[in-house]
Design a protein around this ligand. Structure first.
Ligand code: ZN
Length: 321
């Protein structure tokens, strides 16, 4: 039975950190090349946008695309570029070993990928870059414990590989209401502040759990388009925690979608008060739901309702090779 909302919320969600992050891209082939060859992630799922099956949905991550590692894209050929700015998940941080900075500086220079100056952020060093569509990425070289194994890669040795997400940085014009959501409803806690950046963590904390709030009045208002984040998803362990999260959000007055079965996970969606689209997704069943681990990403995966239209869908999608 629902309980009345209270300001001290002992029953915050039980989130495990970031689940996946979904962004908008232009050319899918260029997108695939950048994330697999340049960054060394594994292409774990070739699917279609379930709301627009004429468009791919491409997923990159660790060997299995485990929760906390999967960066996914809707590539729309010819879409105009967006503008990263406020009201968006502004940058996506990847977790790397503290001593891998020199490897990546050399590698990215050799591949003609421009990077910003090395920044010291809290105890970490951060190398900023943009993907071919202008999506802002931070390589976070951190000494914090991170036991996640990078995807096997022919291009990037395991000792220097991306271990998954480090953080998502939200650029917010008016953070207060979002902070209420994060701390009172979603179970996040403040861990550190530096300048205009404030870091929040959930569960055990550490890389893969962080949400950074950036309050920088010099940033422009963000515009959606290629090179911007579409939504960020947080993880829950099971269906019970998922339903509990849905009910808690509704009790607190947030407009939340019903539970949607995305085959690889179940999802609910809601907009945080500054307009960033949030999702909560279940850890199970994962990307081996419809193909074995060894061959993930090699065939076009379609949800059952689109399977009867496979031939038309495949014919309309652009080649990735
Ligand atoms: Zn999603």
């Amino acid at each position: 039975m629902p309980t009345p909302a209270t300001t001290s919320s002992p029953a915050a969600m039980t989130l495990g950190g970031l689940h996946h992050i979904t962004a908008i891209a232009g050319d899918p082939k260029r997108n695939l090349d950048f994330y697999t060859r340049v960054l060394g992630l594994r292409f774990v799922k070739k699917s279609v946008n379930q709301d627009d099956p004429g468009t791919y949905h491409l997923y990159y991550g660790d060997h299995l695309g485990s929760p906390g590692t999967a960066l996914t894209f809707f590539p729309w050929i010819g879409i105009r570029r967006g503008r990263p700015g406020t009201g968006q998940a502004y940058t996506t941080g990847f977790s790397l070993p503290a001593d891998s900075l020199a490897f990546w500086q050399e590698r990215l220079a050799k591949l003609n990928v421009a990077t910003g100056p090395v920044e010291t952020r809290f105890a970490d060093r951060v190398l900023s870059l943009a993907d071919p569509d202008g999506l802002k990425l931070d390589l976070v070289f951190t000494a914090e414990a991170d036991a996640r194994a990078p995807a096997p890669s022919a291009d990037v040795p395991a000792a220097h590989g991306i271990r998954g997400f480090h953080s998502s940085t939200l650029a917010l014009p008016a953070p207060a209401a979002t902070l209420t959501l994060l701390t009172e409803v979603m179970g996040y806690r403040l861990v550190a502040t530096s300048g205009s950046r404030t870091r929040y963590a959930v569960a055990g904390g550490g890389p893969g759990t962080y949400v950074d709030i950036l309050s920088d009045s010099n940033l422009p208002h963000g515009l959606s388009g290629a090179g911007t984040i579409h939504h960020i998803a947080f993880r829950v362990a099971d269906d019970a925690a998922h339903v509990a999260a849905l009910e808690l959000l509704r009790r607190r007055g947030y407009q939340v979608s019903p539970v949607i079965d995305r085959a690889y996970f179940k999802s609910i969606y809601y907009r945080e008060p500054n307009g960033v689209l949030f999702e909560i997704a279940t850890d199970q069943p994962g990307f081996t739901f419809d193909e074995p681990a060894e061959t993930l990403g090699t065939k076009l995966s379609l949800p059952p309702r689109l399977e009867p239209h496979r031939a038309e869908i495949e014919a309309a999608l652009p080649s990735l090779t």
